[in-house]
Design a protein around this ligand. Structure first.
Ligand code: SF4
Length: 623
């Protein structure tokens, strides 16, 4: 049997929209071998997920045009009748999505959902399907697979639900598994388990994997071949090790340099200016022109083809393909090869000098803080016990410094953040802001303190009122917390903070839905800054963003801190971000702080077993 499982040839997926034809995928070709992983990377909106949905044939609605060929084990599958396509889906091609809860039916047990695929596609009877499902659940490392079989999705954690999705996807032993951001919502330890599991099953069953992610470290550690997608096209294609050791396309280089980590401490991260062009209006020539630091005079007029750098190469399994005029000898010898701007590649900008050196002055001191949620049972809802989400933690945040609070989901990080701000009433302990105890304060006193203590949330969209214009969203906070300011002063503040976060006056009269994810996070930051805080809690503030946008927001937070001496409590599960931005780190586990200290000490010399486990789960990138 041929070792090639999937071949995609010149795939095009277009959507008819009010603004014209959106060319989401625009001529993409690649192959995936048996037992190997092909990763598609790139910013949001580059066409990665649409490529996946086109392969699994889930885009058949009116208004969608697909062209090109898709071969599965050598047979063309794109022109099959719908009944045959249905048979292929879930049987020979399976897909795992980012958010397992939206793909699992909440009203059916896990067992019902797995056995349905087995009886439908494999023709097993009820008893056989149950045995096969339990065996698959045990393969995905559930210690009590029978209990999981009878359980409902909402009773499982995110990592457990993702393992159920993998069991469902693999129960019919598919030839191709498509994993679309399979671990983005998960902690590093669970991410490591899930990827390990997928790799094990891939080797055992011979499955080919199409991995879609924006996590480049995950790609480096798990993929065999990588395709970098930009504006509907592949711009670089290479074996993973080669791509990471020697990236060629300016876009790939920029993406890699925007990853935060210890090596970038003290410097601004590299960012990519502008945004991915809309799929309805790609530039005529190179689609990266306008954003590219190495753009030449002729780049915007002529589109580069994806070609190998070495003229002898004919198989991308061992060679590197790039779509850029820099590698086109004929183009480079012509008059249009003159650079448009001085190349800034390799330049790593140092952070501006701090307005005030970070001191040892304590801004926030948390002692023995507890957040307990009551467990109510019976018809009278009597309290039968407590979930001790935060169980006696001590933290100190110093002026102008960043303390990172890390740990897995459910360890109590977010509860701790909300309790510090008194958004949740503590069950015990103390929170002192500049020496003032705030846990016993009344509403009026607390309001004054809240202006000094702000929060930025993970999901900027759900934290912004969609019915209000940006200027009203920001002004609302000022009016509530600083009632002494008049309208003119408030409006001046709104203009100031929007300018500070790089959005400018035009943003004032627009609504949240008109902005990208990164811009919305800037609005969230502007709203927090408008009341001139001294302390900000950033609760997974960059977790939902693309690596390029994440770099812009991290730079912005650093610049703001250095300019105004603001202290941050950075709640995150991304240890690369911690190494880049934090001065100190506290590791939280099961509601308690198990280790804390300077970032260098904790990362280089962890002492607690849990910290060691957490650090060892972080996928490494080449130096
Ligand atoms: Fe940059 Fe020109 Fe290459 Fe496009 S073709 S990536 S604009 S150098």
């Amino acid at each position: 049997m041929s070792s090639q499982v999937l071949e995609v040839k010149n795939l095009k997926t277009y959507f008819k929209t009010g603004e014209g034809l959106a060319r989401a995928v625009d001529g993409v070709s690649f192959k995936i071998e048996r037992s190997s992983t092909f990763a598609l990377v790139g910013e949001s909106g580059c066409g990665k997920s649409v490529t996946a949905l086109s392969i699994i044939q889930l885009l058949s609605a009116s208004g969608v045009e697909t062209h090109g060929d898709i071969f599965l084990n050598g047979s063309e599958i794109s022109n099959l009748p719908e009944a045959e396509k249905r048979h292929i889906r879930g049987n020979r091609i399976s897909m795992i999505f980012q958010e397992p809860m939206t793909s699992l039916n909440p009203v059916f047990t896990i067992g019902n959902q797995i056995t349905e695929a087995l009886t439908l596609h494999q023709g097993l009877n009820k008893a056989e399907a149950k045995n096969a499902a339990i065996s698959m659940l045990s393969q995905v490392k559930f210690t009590d697979p029978e209990a999981i079989f009878n359980d409902y999705p909402h009773r499982l954690s995110g990592g457990m639900r993702q393992r159920v999705m993998i069991a469902m996807a693999l129960c019919c032993k598919p030839d191709l598994l498509i994993a679309d951001e399979p671990t983005t919502a998960l902690d590093v330890t669970i991410q490591k388990d899930i990827m390990g599991l997928m790799n094990e099953l891939k080797s055992e069953l011979g499955t080919a994997v199409l991995l879609i992610t924006h996590n480049l470290a995950l790609v480096y550690n798990n993929a065999d071949t990588v395709g970098v997608m930009y504006a509907g096209r592949l711009v670089e294609l290479a074996p993973a090790r080669l791509l990471f050791s020697n990236p060629q396309h300016p876009y790939t280089i920029k993406l890699m340099r925007s990853i935060p980590g210890a090596a970038r401490r003290g410097h601004l991260l590299d960012t990519i200016k502008g945004a991915v062009p809309a799929a309805t209006s790609y530039p005529k020539g190179c689609r990266f022109s306008g954003r590219c630091p190495r753009e030449m005079e002729g780049c915007a007029a002529t589109e580069p083809a994806l070609t190998t750098k070495k003229s002898t190469a004919n198989d991308y399994g061992s060679k590197q393909f790039v779509a850029c005029h820099l590698y086109d000898l004929a183009f480079m010898s012509g008059a249009k090869a003159r650079p448009l701007r001085a190349a800034a590649d390799g330049e790593s900008k140092a952070l501006p000098t701090k307005a005030a050196a970070p001191g040892s002055e304590t801004i926030v001191k948390i002692s023995n803080l507890k957040t307990w949620y009551p467990i109510r049972k019976g018809i009278f809802k009597k309290i039968r016990g407590y979930v001790r989400a935060v169980d006696g933690i001590d933290l100190t945040v110093r002026s102008g410094q960043t303390l990172a609070l890390v740990g897995e989901s459910g360890c109590g990080k977010t509860s701790a953040g909300k309790t510090i701000l008194q958004l949740i009433k503590p069950a015990g302990g103390s929170v002192c802001f500049r020496g003032q105890e705030i846990t016993a304060m009344g509403t009026r006193e607390l309001k004054q303190i809240r202006a000094k203590m702000q929060i930025i949330f993970q999901d900027p969209y759900s934290s912004l009122n969609p019915r209000l214009m940006v200027k009203d969203i920001i002004e609302e906070g000022i009016r509530s917390l600083l009632p002494g300011l008049n309208k003119v002063e408030r409006q001046r503040r709104v203009a100031e903070v929007l300018d500070l976060v790089g959005l400018g006056p035009k943003a004032m009269s627009r609504y949240p839905h008109e902005f990208s994810g990164g811009q919305r996070q800037r609005i969230g930051i502007a709203r927090a800054l408008a009341v001139r805080p001294e302390f900000i809690i950033c609760d997974e503030a960059v977790s939902a963003l693309d690596v390029s946008v994440q770099a812009q927001i991290l730079n912005l937070l650093k610049i703001i801190q250095d300019k105004f001496g603001i202290s941050y409590l950075f709640i995150t599960h991304d240890l690369g971000v911690v190494e880049y931005i934090a001065d100190e780190v506290a590791v939280m586990y099961n509601g308690k702080i198990v280790e804390r200290g300077a970032v260098e000490d904790i990362f280089n010399r962890p002492t607690h077993e849990y910290t060691k486990k957490l650090l060892s789960a972080v996928p490494a990138l080449p130096e």
